[in-house]
Design a protein around this ligand. Structure first.
Ligand code: OXT
Ligand code: ADP
Ligand code: MG
Length: 584
């Protein structure tokens, strides 16, 4: 087929001026059909020129179209949908500003290795390329390219099938990531013969093929593990993404090696598992002699494998990752295993055979002992009934609720609100904890909560710092509009980190980290017909959450937290640069 086979509606009108015959299709419908053919039945976006009708038509054709108040939140929804389903989450935006609003989320998905496709309408190519000042003019393809895994533009209706297929495969194969698909306004209206259009569509076969590890890489890794005295497994969100939950658990248990779960890998094995080193993190990192990374990168979250946290003894590292370039990115990897986690872990289990003897009784006992002593130390703090609540008191109320409802999805962002919740709230099932990810980005909250509810059908608790919530707070209207089972708990400490800073000049402006005191975020939810509760004690908080779990109604709880109880930047204050000439 040549480009001439696809024409504009005007060119296709009958000679007497009547409309085109029924056996035609167009760009709008071909994109919808291409998505549906590949099982992509949900779109998160914001309508406007040139994609308003596309959204309407997609809904009419049975796609669920969730309309947001800001593209970044729609994009964050698509990003987490990709993580949860292993299919690319779809975000739909208008040109230039809408596209840019969605682009942060596309970059976030790429950074986190989650599959997502940003579909964006764009303006007239001829005018954009001559920079003649079109409506929402922008060379979107060029801008997207460095910020995602792949970027494509479709110019002709007959290329829609292959363009969408290419985007899907690029997003999910190998290391997953974000893909940009540029859809110029003219494409939507292009018509072509319906039968030829149907034939041009492509169903992507085996979009993320298994990647088997090399047998000698598996043997090498087992040799390193056999030589270990104090091995440690680190499970990352790549391991959670892989959905090889049973194989992974079997491997950890058969190896008898203590494991640390990175934030979003919590619950891959239950946090109260006897091999969990989560509550003995410092000791485990410092004293281990062999580290096995499974779907986790040696990035800033693991201090690049260096520094005080890792002690003085050199470590040998085994790493499983689908991305070969990840190996040796920060330190020498003694035993790299390149492949998909399901296949790699299955191959390891196989090669361990039935007589795997390596055990580390002293080491596991030392880790266990430390974990239990840290847990015991924390326990009384979680029972406190201080008013206003501190983080331990408030999270102590939520901890048993998650234990009693382990399918509930916990969305979490903030600084103190994030860090305390991560260590206090145990997770029991995989992919139930969704948070700020690799960038530590604020603003994922509402988009993540919405997609989590939509994609899993489970109830969602979004535990949000008051600052974090503000980045996507308007989406409470979206939650109410779609009547989603989401309960937002705003940990309201009147500001960023602490609500107690003062303006050193004594001037009328408050300090940069301070918000309106005693704000009532619960009333925002009431404005849209949801349930709003102001909770000042752990009892009130747990009562409100239990009521939500019983009703599933959109709820926002304003949890009043002592503005004094947090610390600067939570657990990562060390990353703040210090001035030698001025004191804070
Ligand atoms: O072993 P040791 O003794 O070390 O103890 C550890 C564990 O063993 C132990 N532990 C336990 N003890 C007992 N029982 C149990 N069950 C248990 N489990 C663990 O506890 C300790 C700690 O364990 P943990 O947490 O596992 O270990 P650690 O050392 O903390 O781990 C290191 C890290 C790096 C892996 C971890 O800290 C981590 O994952 N950190 C992520 C941090 C992060 O991403 N933070 C978010 C960004 S902060 C900042 O950037 C913010 N901004 C700026 C901004 C951003 N981000 N984005 C955008 C778009 N714009 C601006 C802003 C605006 S935060 C922020 C808002 C903040 O204000 P809010 O109002 O929202 O929030 P509040 O602070 O609440 O006011
Ligand atoms: P965390 O932040 O939890 O430590 P990261 O996002 O840093 O996790 O690391 C995830 C890693 O998992 C990435 O390097 C990515 O390439 C890898 N990964 C993602 N999916 C798979 C998979 N199916 N098989 C193997 N590795 C994967
Ligand atoms: Mg706060």
């Amino acid at each position: 087929m040549t480009p001439a086979d696809a024409t504009s509606p005007a060119e296709n009108a009958n000679i007497d001026g009547t409309s085109a015959p029924q056996d035609l299709t167009d760009g709008f419908h071909l994109i919808i059909d291409a998505l549906k053919l590949n099982g992509l039945n949900t779109i998160y976006g914001v309508p406007g020129i040139p994609i308003t009708d596309f959204g309407r038509m997609a809904q009419a054709e049975g796609i669920r179209v969730f309309s947001f108040r800001h593209e970044q939140n729609a994009g964050n929804a698509a990003a987490i949908a990709g993580y949860l389903t292993k299919k690319p989450g779809i975000c739909l935006t208008v040109s230039a500003p809408g596209f840019l609003n969605g682009l942060t989320a596309l970059a976030h998905a790429t950074t986190n290795c989650w599959p997502m496709i940003l579909l964006s309408g764009s303006s007239e190519r001829e005018i954009v390329d001559l920079q003649q000042g079109d409506y929402e003019e922008m060379d979107q393809l060029a801008i997207a390219k460095p910020l995602c895994k792949a970027a494509y533009r479709i110019l002709h209706a007959q290329d829609i099938g292959i363009g969408v297929a290419r985007a899907i495969r690029a997003a999910v194969s190998g290391r997953p990531g974000g893909v940009y698909l540029d859809l110029p306004a003219k494409l939507f209206g292009q018509v072509m013969d319906a039968a030829a259009g149907a034939k041009s569509l492509v169903k992507v076969i085996d979009p993320a093929p298994k990647q088997l590890p090399a047998p000698d890489a598996v043997e090498r890794a087992l040799e390193v593990l056999k030589g270990a005295k104090r091995p440690l497994i680190i499970l990352g969100k790549g391991a959670a993404y892989a959905q090889a939950d049973d194989t992974l658990r079997e491997f950890v248990e058969k190896s008898g090696i203590p494991y640390l779960a990175m934030s979003m890998a919590k619950g891959l094995l239950p946090d109260d598992h006897p091999l969990s080193a989560g509550a003995a993190r410092s000791l485990a990192l410092k004293d281990c002699d062999v580290v096995m990374l499974i779907g986790a990168r040696l990035n800033w979250l693991l201090s690049h494998g260096k520094g005080k946290q890792w002690g003085t003894e050199p470590k040998k590292i085994v790493q499983i990752d689908i991305e070969p370039k990840e190996m040796d990115s920060n330190l020498e990897i003694a035993a790299p295993i390149v492949g998909d986690i399901g296949s790699c872990v299955a191959a390891l289990l196989d090669a361990m055979g039935s007589d795997w003897r390596a055990t580390y009784p002293e080491w596991t006992a030392t880790v266990r002992e430390k974990a239990e002593s840290n847990i015991a130390k924390m326990a009384p703090r979680l029972m406190n009934n201080n008013v206003p609540m501190d983080y331990h008191g408030a999270l102590g109320a939520l901890k048993p609720i998650i234990k009693a409802h382990p399918d509930t999805i916990l969305v979490n962002e903030g600084a103190n609100t994030l860090d305390f919740a991560r260590s206090i709230i145990d997770m029991y099932k995989p992919r139930k904890r969704l948070d700020v990810g690799t960038w530590g980005v604020m603003g994922i909250g509402m988009g993540t909560a919405i997609a989590a509810a939509v994609e899993t059908g489970q109830k969602v608790l979004a535990v949000e710092g008051d600052s974090a919530f503000g980045f996507s707070g308007m989406e409470v209207e979206t939650i109410c509009r779609y009547n989603l089972p989401v309960c937002v708990i705003v940990f309201n400490n009147n500001g960023i980190y602490r609500g107690t800073d003062v303006n050193p000049t004594g001037g009328p402006d408050v300090a940069p980290t301070v918000f309106v005191k005693d704000a009532r975020y619960d009333i925002m939810m009431q404005a849209f017909g949801g349930v709003g509760v102001n909770a000042t004690t752990p009892d009130e908080l747990s009562r409100a959450v239990n009521e939500f779990l019983a009703s599933g109604r959109p709820t926002l709880i304003n949890a009043v937290i002592d503005p004094q109880s947090g610390t600067e930047s939570g657990r990562i204050g060390n990353l703040n640069p210090q001035s030698v000439v001025s004191k804070k």
